[in-house]
Write a protein that binds this ligand. Sequence first.
Ligand SMILES: [Zn+2]
Ligand SMILES: [Zn+2]
Length: 392
Amino acid sequence: MEGPVYEAKFFGSDDIMKIFAAEGVEYLLSCDGKVPLSSCNGKTICLFFSANWCRPCRTFIPRLVELYDTLKKKGKNLEIIFISFDRSEDGFEAHLKSMPWLAVPFDANLHRRLIDRYQVVRIPSFVPLCSDGITVEEDMIGCIEDYGAEAFPFTNKRREELKALDQRKREKATLEELLAHEGRNFLITGDDRKVPVSELACKTIGLYFCADWSPPCRAFTIQLTDVYNNLNSAKDHCFEVVLISTDRDLKEFNVNRRSMPWLSIPYMDRTRNDLCRIFDVKGIPALVLIGPEGKVVSMNGKFVVSSFGAAAFPFTDSRIRDLEAALRKEGEALPQEVEDVKHEHVLKLDMAKAYVCDFCKEQGRFWAFSCYVCDYDLHPSCVEKVTKDESF
Ligand SMILES: [Zn+2]
Ligand SMILES: [Zn+2]
């Protein structure tokens, strides 16, 4: 066969032990001091390449600490070994202080050889030595950011399982699966009451991804509140909204949820990240609408709600098609332009997402008669046609 023969790209936990033996590494370090190599025996070893000067590393470490603590508490046989990209021993020592796991003692040459051996090209880099086909260039960092301790044991098989689980939840899931977990079965109201997730059964649910700092979110919250109040006064509380906050901190989250009449997922809860990932939320505001059977009826709830308001309920595609057809028909029945007794210019038929009628001062949407000379709009129903006097 042509082409160079590459070294194996995945390694078992014994591989690093052989390297330590060959390199004369006699012990590892924890922030409390020396730890014998034998403490790693029989454990799944993960190598963590990182540096104190690297901001993404420092941002990632709290996530990894959380994962490490969670897995230790569950009695998982795991050890993480930090290999430093730091240029100085001071940087190395400062960095080790933020870690509850072990480290290869500072030796820039040894670290360089390990970095080459595991073909690490960027940091942070997390290399599980579980030898089931994970290649070191794959991004375990992203997987850990997405799934936290659920990613254990960091195998390809586990990653495929997690993706399949997301896919299934996206297609059809119970509200408990989406909104609760073994440690929490309730949502919170703006006035700090707990509402069991089971109370949401048989309702249409809007998952509302939003943050208080975002002006478009604040604007959409007003529209959504309108629809929420409208539906729930008329239809016996058939529609519930759950805030999935992307606020920057707890204080902003509290301001945000207290301004809303619906429920929230608590701020310190992984479910927020899980839902953003499952529904692939890239921008806010976003509204995912889920029908009473647990199926997503619209991924684009923001468009549906801001276009059609409460009339769009239950937000299904067929409902939206009916509304659009009715709208077309309404437009076809209207003249292209009219002369109105209240205005000196000719008014033309126009389509506007939202306007205020200059006669009745009420909100309008869709069809309007608008002046192209000045800023003047009328509801089609508020037009009073000039009657041509034909007596002359
Ligand atoms: Zn009007
Ligand atoms: Zn005008």
